[in-house]
Design a protein around this ligand. Structure first.
Ligand SMILES: CC(C)(COP(=O)(O)OP(=O)(O)OC[C@H]1O[C@@H](n2cnc3c(N)ncnc32)[C@H](O)[C@@H]1OP(=O)(O)O)[C@@H](O)C(=O)NCCC(=O)NCCS
Length: 170
């Protein structure tokens, strides 16, 4: 099966925060940002496997800064690791104000699963990380996936090989 480099999965989108995206404080509604992240991350996962993907899990979401109406929000999504039918996509979110000041405001990881028209799972290609950041995120992705599975009740903590130091003391 073919392999894909992490950079080939990069998907970027910039949006301006409009009044219908905001809450009562005129800052971006978290649910709108989650929808934008889901959309761009699914495009990244599609670029990796070329198949229909569905969101299986949303993890490690942080909202570090309020984002104001009128601000520009740029979402950068890249697959950090592939497993069997699933892929982790890492999303970095940056906010830019009207004076051009740009800073990172949010990040998250989403797990997508590739399926066919009958909803059968499809094996996805291996992902090749190249940069230091891609290698670091690739390495830590297994820990995040196991934690997600444990929290979803899909993996016994005893079988979470990357999490033994959290659940079990020597
Ligand atoms: C996601 C879905 C396809 C998983 O199907 P399933 O029959 O439970 O299959 P499995 O348990 O074998 O899981 C398939 C893969 O997803 C992974 N996975 C499932 N739930 C997960 C979770 N909560 N966290 C991390 N990975 C998860 C499994 O580890 C497995 O990965 P692998 O094949 O790479 O080893 C199925 O639950 C589904 O269709 N959910 C609805 C998806 C959807 O509609 N999303 C849109 C938002 S509503």
């Amino acid at each position: 099966m073919y392999k894909t480099t992490a950079k080939e999965t990069l998907a970027i989108q910039t949006k301006q925060v409009m009044p219908n995206d905001t809450n009562a404080l005129d800052t971006l509604f978290g649910g709108s940002l989650m929808a934008w992240m889901d959309e761009i991350a699914s495009i990244s996962a599609y670029r990796h496997c070329g198949r229909v993907v569905v969101t299986a899990s949303i993890n490690n979401v942080s909202f570090d800064l309020p984002i104001l109406a009128g601000d520009y929000v740029t979402l950068e999504a890249k697959v950090s690791r592939s497993f069997n039918s699933s892929m982790e996509v890492f999303i970095d979110v940056f906010v830019e104000d009207s004076l051009g000041k740009r800073e990172k405001c949010n990040e998250a990881t989403f797990i997508f699963v590739a399926i066919d028209q009958k909803r059968n799972l499809i094996r996805v290609p291996e992902l090749i990380p190249e940069t230091a950041e891609e290698k670091s995120r690739h390495k830590s992705a297994l820990r995040r996936k196991q934690l997600s599975l444990v929290l979803a009740g899909r993996l016994n903590p005893k079988d979470a090989t990357e999490l033994t130091s959290i659940f079990y003391k020597d």
